[in-house]
Design a protein around this ligand. Sequence first.
Ligand code: HPA
Length: 245
Amino acid sequence: MKKIAIIGGTGLTQLNGLQLISSEKIDTPYGLPSAELITGKLHNKHIVFLARHGNPHAIPPHSINYRANLWALKHLGVQSIIAVAAVGGITAAMAPACLALPDQIIDYTYGRKHTFFDDDTTPVTHIDFTAPYSSALRAQLIVAAAHANIQLVNTGTYGCTQGPRLETSAEIKRMERDGCDLVGMTGMPEAVLARELQLEYAALAVVANWGAGKTEGEITMTEIEHNLHAGMANALGVLEAFISS
Ligand code: HPA
């Protein structure tokens, strides 16, 4: 089995059940990652865990040092990354508390350090990103979810916004017209940096709320936390089935 890392998002700052082997502060050419990288054993397999927003959760999506995070994972010999992320639901199948495995991305972020090929311009590198998520890793996660009897919406386009504010209802309408099923704030540049480092990458998205304007009234943190709690249990179930397979 390949060396696996889990990047935990909002609602997954620590991986319970992970037997700690080491916790490393890794200084990278791009600065410090969001947190120490935890190596541990889960179901007798070695995995690496990184809290995307830091531990405790303190770094907003636009301030995450994505390059340092991905570089540090590669440095530890990681080959496959499963990114867990909280998202908003846009299309009908993406109701709060459901779990989705997106297969496409639209990037609406700006001003983020989004490439390792910034300075190294000879030769200019244009990586292929037609399919932004690893199809092999996605297929394994689909099998794991079926084994664990956990419902997984196994297709969908993830629209990545800049945050940290949530969207306006007009922005969500536009995203729906663009073809987005889900909206989140951390999927990019995480996915493309993984591709640049030739790391397999897939995302388990836990729907925390309907996107702005999809329901009456405002989106509250209480609603987000409640749905995340329910949905995250399923994400963990899929991860455990995947790791023990
Ligand atoms: N928008 C963007 N990111 C999110 C949302 C949302 O509605 N919910 C959880 N992460």
